[in-house]
Design a binder for this molecule. Structure first.
Ligand code: GLU
Length: 504
């Protein structure tokens, strides 16, 4: 049977890096086994609908290079892939469960539910749930006669369908990461399967869709582990046990203080989402790795090894290498700590590794955003090659390379002034004249002229290099100064030195 996995987000907000890691592990597993990766949108909770969230998920996956094989926008044989468009198919499964005695109608009103919670509240149990104890005294089809139920249904009395959890069973399954996991059914409440508006809840829809979409493996965050007993029973009660996917519950990603949250991002100054996300209700912006200047190659590589390794010390992987070596059983069951410094290290490594022509495509927009014309692609590629070792995040290229295209807007003259002398000024005045006469404009001729003039004036060239750098670059950074002069050309070099002299 061919491997089929799914990522099943609810479109309720930005995509946390834990979410992207879940996608990634699903994707790697599918590709490793030559299978399919399905993206299913779980939008049955209409009260949590957030405009733009679905499109945002697609954009993130695209940027990460994790394109689904089937999704609401990539057709496939098991669609529709948006649960709200599948609404009609869920009711019959819920009704089947009722008919088989595994679920029941519950007609309780909001007030009745509140009263139950109030009546059953004790010190040990401050928030009682609708469970095997509570259900005995509620207005549901377990307690009403068949005629009463029929009558209520005929009158369209608002109702939900709940699963009937066994009072005293132990359920277990083998998690691909954690091994055997068991649950006491008596501790789990009777979850709603079908809501009063006719929409399924996540619990019913996830099981029905994993079945109908022939999902073979389901990897999701460990926050879903408490729901597993409900899902196990649904697979069983619907008679589909033989088709239940193999599950793996992925451990949490930890931040500086416990579970990594989007608040950590704002607090510690690092991105937590794949791409920028602005909450349409609160207008709160959560920063993304994309906008921060990460390469998708680095982001993916960093996430892959956050909680997984191939048994060696290897840290740098291309997507193809990840696909070849990924093994879900080697994902650690303990939480993985996110380290922003390490994430930046990955980016720096990937900046150095990527072919310059690929890097250019991911960088030119940063120059454009700073109003720098980089339409001369040959020149841009040369600049990237020259400065890439000094760049960690993509915007660094603008800082490290912008002066090759545009004179610096400000000059750090304070770094020059304390040691500036009349002799040095005279040196540069004469150097400009020499530069104007250079026939073959290249590093050696520019540098030799510099050294000869310095020797003639008995000034150490080392003392003149910093001022020269500040004149051309604006600050104390950048590659070799004569290399810069060669690249920006004679006219521009002369212009920048003359301008700086006018200020000194
Ligand atoms: N819709 C669930 C979520 O939002 C999916 C959980 C699962 O993969 O089963 O994460």
């Amino acid at each position: 049977m061919s491997v089929r996995v799914r990522f099943a987000p609810s479109p309720t907000g930005g995509l946390h890096l834990g979410g992207v890691r879940t996608v990634l592990y699903n994707y790697l597993f599918a590709k490793h086994h030559g299978g399919e990766f399905v993206l299913r949108i779980e939008d049955t909770d209409q009260t949590r609908f957030v405009p733009g969230a679905e499109e945002y998920i697609f954009n993130c996956l695209k940027w990460c290079g994790l394109e689904p094989d089937e999704s609401p926008v990539h057709n496939g044989p098991y669609g529709p892939y948006r649960q709200s468009e599948r609404k009609e198919m869920y009711r019959s499964y819920a009704e089947t469960l009722v008919a088989r005695g595994f679920a029941y109608y519950a007609f309780d009103t909001k007030e009745e539910l509140e009263k139950m919670r109030e009546d059953l509240k004790t010190e040990e149990n401050p928030s009682p749930q609708y469970d095997h104890r509570a259900r005995k005294n509620m207005r549901n089809s377990l307690n009403l006669t068949d005629d009463e139920v029929k009558d209520l249904l005929e009158k369209n009395t608002p109702h939900v369908i709940r699963i009937k959890m066994p009072e005293n069973d132990v359920l277990s399954f083998t998690d691909m990461i954690r091994g055997e996991v068991s649950f006491q059914t008596g501790l789990v409440d009777d979850k709603v399967l079908l809501k009063a508006d006719g929409m399924p809840t996540y619990h019913l829809a996830v099981v029905v869709d994993d079945y109908l979409m022939k999902i073979t493996h389901a990897f999701r965050g460990e926050e879903w582990l408490p729901s597993a007993p409900v899902h196990l029973l649904l697979w069983k009660y619907l008679g589909w046990d033989a088709y239940m996917p193999q599950w793996a519950h992925l451990p949490l990603i930890l931040g500086p203080s416990g579970k990594l949250s989007k608040r950590d991002g704002a607090k510690y100054g690092f991105p937590v989402f794949a791409m920028n996300w602005t909450d349409p209700k609160t207008n709160e912006l959560t920063e993304g790795f994309f906008e921060k200047g990460f390469l998708p190659e680095a982001f993916i590589n960093m996430l892959a090894v956050l909680g997984w390794n191939d048994g060696t010390e290897k840290e740098l992987y291309t997507m193809d290498e990840l696909i070849a070596s990924f093994d879900i059983k080697r994902v650690h069951s303990a939480g993985a700590k996110f380290d922003y410094e390490k994430a930046k290290w990955f980016n720096h490594e990937w900046i150095k590794r990527l072919p310059v022509s690929d890097l250019r495509l991911q960088i030119d927009s940063y120059f454009a955003a700073s109003g720098i014309d980089v339409s001369d692609t040959a020149k841009l590629e040369k600049v990237i090659e020259l400065v890439k070792d000094r760049c960690t995040l993509l915007p660094d290229f603008v800082q490290q390379g912008g002066f090759f295209f545009k004179a610096p807007e400000s000059l750090e003259l304070d770094a020059v002034k304390p040691k500036w002398t009349e002799e040095k000024k005279q040196f540069f005045v004469e150097y400009v004249d020499v530069l104007k006469t250079i026939g073959t404009w290249e590093i050696t001729t520019i540098e030799n002229a510099f050294k000869e003039l310095a020797a003639a004036k008995a000034i150490k060239p080392g003392e003149l290099q910093l001022p020269m750098r500040i004149m051309l670059v604006g600050g104390k950074f950048g590659p070799a100064v004569f290399q810069i002069a060669e690249m920006i050309g004679k006219e521009e070099t002369v212009k920048r030195v003359e301008f700086a002299l006018s200020l000194l």
